[in-house]
Design a binder for this molecule. Structure first.
Ligand code: C2O
Ligand code: CU
Length: 485
């Protein structure tokens, strides 16, 4: 932050100390400016084990006709989509072509701690690292992104992220829509300068609410369109945004099916008309375009939503589907998608509670006494310390973790590395377990006023982080270490 930022920061700090957040609550998300929906949806290249990723600066046209500087892992913005089989061993030679440190976290893959991309495991500028791990989990849609402490927000916003799809024979046997009928959709908002380059420079107010942009992109381009035929499509959606949430819906109000979330398929499809997806969360959806007249169009959009003062007031379009061809649909919905054994709360040997509604840590951490602008976001009053182990968990034990945002006024999507969890309860706010939370999750949205309990069995040894996936909150210190041993 510049000196002007520091001045604003000091007055904000005093209002924090008085628990008067009114000044910061006035900041809201930039108004979305929809594009023309005339660029065809790009589908990222599909790769498998052995393909190198090279984080580097390159040029890309987020808005048609404007080529600006972005970051990416291979060609253009973002990275290719991995498609790998459960049980296989994946090797990914990684080159850091940036001028600063970075690394890769495999969000939604149960990899050994040494491969997990912990903020202490950095690849310095110009260096390389070989990520290698066995895929030992159910089929799901994971993703990958950098995890350098205090720089994750900038690197992800500028273009470093990609999808990672795990396949399995069980999933294949379901004959879900595939190939041209399965669309990976990375939804992100961007802030662009006049030349189409990505800008990242959050003000203190934007650290409070998360850095958001006015341009909504899918797979790296603004407001694209996708031709579809009159049949069922599988949309694999990632909210890869820093702070923006999307209340996904179809513009004609039609219902759609949720068949999976972060950790893989649900046991059975859930029919919904909207789905609030927070940063880091994924949704596996089925949309039936046979219900839409030939030669008409329908949009995937974000409906306005309530519960947060900083965002949600606007309904905006994200992606245009043009139904342009009649096709006979051979898809038959399976009666059962997956089997998930519910973890019983009785099997939990410990309950840990985490207060995520407290903003300030005035006694410890990097700002102590210096009024540096860090640590407005805490967990149990603590900001992240790379070397401090905050929670020690016994290997193979089942625990309940409670995230308490009762007194908070910002949404926090809480993410655990190294495990999938089940959502056990939600009290306050939305008050129940939502459709997409009925399967295995690695990120759960805790809205202001909510208390969410998750239950999980810790089966991976080592040191992992858990944190808020609003990347400005994370970079601000809303992250702790836990060690499983
Ligand atoms: Cu996707 Cu620790 O994050
Ligand atoms: Cu947060």
């Amino acid at each position: 932050f510049g000196s002007a930022g520091l001045l604003i920061g000091e007055s904000l700090l005093s209002s924090c100390m008085n628990h008067d957040m009114a000044a910061m609550d006035m900041t809201t998300a930039p108004t979305v400016v929809e594009g023309a929906f005339t660029t065809i949806l790009p589908i990222p290249e599909t790769i498998t084990s052995g393909t190198a990723l090279n984080a580097r600066s390159q040029n890309a046209a987020i808005v048609a006709g404007k080529t600006g500087q972005v970051l990416g892992y291979k060609n253009g913005i973002l990275g290719p989509t991995f498609r790998v089989q459960r049980g296989s061993t994946v090797t990914i030679p990684f080159i850091n072509g940036l001028s600063e440190e970075t690394n890769i976290h495999w969000h939604g893959l149960l990899v050994p701690a040494a491969m997990d991309g912990h903020p202490s495991q950095m690849v310095t500028a110009g260096q390389s690292f070989n990520y290698t791990f066995k895929i030992d989990q159910a089929a799901n849609m994971a993703w990958y992104h950098p995890h350098p402490h205090e720089k994750t927000g900038k690197q992800v916003f500028t273009g470093l992220a990609g999808m990672f799809i795990v396949e399995s024979p069980e999933e294949k046997a379901l004959n879900l829509p595939s190939d041209a009928y399965e669309l990976p959709l990375v939804i992100q908002d961007k802030r662009l300068d006049a030349n189409g380059a990505i800008m990242y420079s959050p003000t203190l107010e934007e650290v409070m609410i998360g850095y958001m942009g006015e341009t909504i992109t899918v797979n790296g381009v603004s407001s694209p369109f996708q031709p579809v035929t009159t049949r069922m499509y599988r949309l694999r959606v990632l909210n890869g945004s820093n702070g923006r949430m999307y209340n996904l819906a179809l513009s004609n109000g039609n219902s759609f099916l949720i068949i999976g979330s972060d950790g893989g398929l649900l046991t059975a499809p859930e029919t919904v008309t909207s789905l609030l997806l927070a940063p880091g969360e994924r949704a596996d959806l089925l949309v039936d375009f046979s219900k839409i007249a030939l030669n008409s169009e329908v949009y995937l959009q974000s409906n306005s939503f309530s519960g947060v003062s900083s965002q949600g007031s606007q309904t905006f379009k994200i992606l245009k589907f043009m139904v342009n061809k009649t096709e006979t649909d051979t898809f038959k919905m399976p009666t059962s998608l997956n089997s998930i054994t519910p973890l019983s709360t009785a099997s939990a040997t410990k309950t840990r509670t985490f207060d995520i509604g407290v903003m300030m840590d005035m006694t410890s951490g990097s700002h102590g006494g210096t009024m540096a602008m860090k640590g407005m976001h805490t967990i149990n009053g603590k900001i992240f310390n790379m070397d401090r182990i905050d929670e020690i968990v016994a290997l193979n034990s089942t625990e309940i973790w409670e995230f308490d945002n009762t007194n908070g006024d910002e949404p926090h999507p809480m993410h655990l590395h190294g495990t999938f969890f089940q959502v056990s309860s939600r009290t306050g706010g939305r008050g129940n377990i939502l459709s997409h939370e009925k399967g295995l999750k690695d990120t759960v949205l805790v809205m202001p006023g909510e208390k969410v309990r998750i239950i999980t069995k810790f089966e991976k040894v080592g040191k992992f982080v858990f944190h808020c996936h609003n990347l400005e909150h994370e970079d601000d210190g809303m992250m702790l270490n836990f060690e499983v041993k």
